[in-house]
Design a protein around this ligand. Structure first.
Ligand SMILES: NC(=O)c1ccc[n+]([C@@H]2O[C@H](COP(=O)([O-])OP(=O)(O)OC[C@H]3O[C@@H](n4cnc5c(N)ncnc54)[C@H](O)[C@@H]3O)[C@@H](O)[C@H]2O)c1
Length: 278
């Protein structure tokens, strides 16, 4: 049976674990060769091994998306390995401390610069370096934003500003790349229980249940939920979709806040063992 991405080549930044890990596995399952571009060599290797054990094709390239030369190297390595790029999935984000947390009065200029650089500049550079190869294949770019790109939480200036910018950048890049046959779309995930997040919830299962309760579908998401959406947007079935930000959040953000607040209040009263996450 022909797989839908047979002969295609995909780069996934942050493809070692979490959402990117799930995307890498999904694309490999669908026949694509996958370049896992991650700052963490150990998780990248682990995911490559998983993909290979399932019969897929993957390679790794050490990449810190805060470094321009690493992004250029990620693209050049993919071209020298496989000669083409069909899909660029810009997903990587991580901070080693909580310096990007806080309001405008709390965040330092340095934390703003480094946070915004990974959240936004890395995506511009990915498109810059991979652009000509994506034009050759009439490929797709997928940028990973968040529901935080639409709705904001307190004390998270850098993340909310960065993720909102990703939605705007996606629209803008879709205008420039459209005439060249390249589609640019964005995914805005709700709460996705990755390996790291699951570890935290293991310490507080009632907190996860409380989170699940906030979703009309009564569950938080999985990396596979996001990978399915990315796979759809890269496929021929989505050939007339560009510049779109697809919210994949089990309905979290369609709700009227007051009603949600009341139902969560009731849930907490009825379930006094609930341990709140924040
Ligand atoms: N998990 C969620 O609930 C959620 C919700 C909305 C959006 N997102 C977004 O999805 C993306 C992935 O998040 P996740 O939860 O899967 O994270 P994660 O921490 O589980 O995985 C992130 C991966 O990116 C890699 N990485 C981190 N910094 C990097 C860098 N500078 N260069 C290259 N690789 C780097 C890590 O090594 C890791 O493999 C992020 O853009 C995040 O903002 C996540």
């Amino acid at each position: 049976m022909i797989k839908k991405f047979e002969e295609k080549v995909c780069i996934v930044t942050g493809g070692g674990q979490g959402i990117g890990g799930g995307i890498a596995r999904k694309f490999a399952q669908q026949g694509s060769k996958v370049m896992i571009a991650d700052i963490n060599d150990s998780v990248a290797k682990q995911n490559k091994n998983t993909i290979e054990s399932l019969g897929g094709i993957a390679k790794t390239v050490h990449t810190d998306v805060s470094k321009s030369q690493d992004i250029e190297n990620m693209v050049n390595t993919t071209i020298s390995e496989w000669g083409r790029i069909d899909f660029l999935i810009q997903n990587a984000f991580g901070v080693s401390d909580d310096s990007t947390q806080g309001s405008a009065m709390e965040v330092t200029e340095e934390a703003w610069d480094s946070g915004i650089s990974v959240l936004t500049k890395a995506l511009f550079l990915g498109a810059k370096f991979a652009g000509k190869y994506l034009i050759e294949t009439k490929g797709s770019i997928i940028n990973i934003s968040s529901v935080h790109g639409f709705l904001v939480a307190p004390k998270t200036l850098v993340y909310e500003a960065g993720k909102s910018a990703v939605i705007g950048m996606t629209r803008q890049m879709a205008c420039d790349f459209g005439p060249e046959g390249v589609r640019v779309n964005c995914i805005c995930p709700g709460h996705i229980v990755t390996e790291n997040i699951q570890e935290q919830w293991n310490k507080n299962p009632s907190g996860l249940k409380f989170f699940d309760q906030q979703y009309p579908l009564r569950r938080t998401g999985t990396p596979e939920d996001i990978a399915n959406a990315v796979s759809f947007l890269c496929s021929e079935e989505a050939s007339f979709i560009t510049g779109h930000s697809l919210v994949v959040d089990g309905g979290l953000t369609i709700q009227i806040q007051e009603n949600l607040g009341i139902s969560l209040g009731k849930y907490a009263i009825e379930n006094p063992e609930t341990e709140f996450p924040f």
